[in-house]
Design a protein. Structure first.
Length: 92
């Protein structure tokens, strides 16, 4: 599983799976196993805003913090996404 960062944000790893690259850019948030089960899923727009598809086990507060983190770091995250995917931001 490619992680966007080796550290956790609000107690969760931010990552995508090799199966995910057929979709628009998005971020999964999971605590340990890095599986889609129980994870949150955030689609990322070209301005850094996110569309939450799944909240998984995350609280509203955790979702808010992760959305803010993505907004602040989406350009750097996109570079990692683009290494594996030909698909761009959500909605493009």
């Amino acid at each position: 599983m490619p992680k966007y960062y080796e550290f956790k944000v609000c107690g969760y790893y931010l990552y995508y799976t090799s199966h995910c690259v057929i979709e628009a850019m998005h971020v999964h948030a999971s605590d340990r196993k890095l599986t889609e089960s129980g994870s949150a899923k955030f689609f990322v727009k070209s301005n850094g805003e996110t569309v939450v598809e799944e909240t998984g086990i995350l609280s509203d507060r955790e979702v808010r913090i992760i959305r803010e983190f993505i907004k602040d770091n989406y350009k750097e995250m996109y570079l990692k996404w683009a290494e594996k995917s030909d698909n761009s931001f959500y909605g493009e």
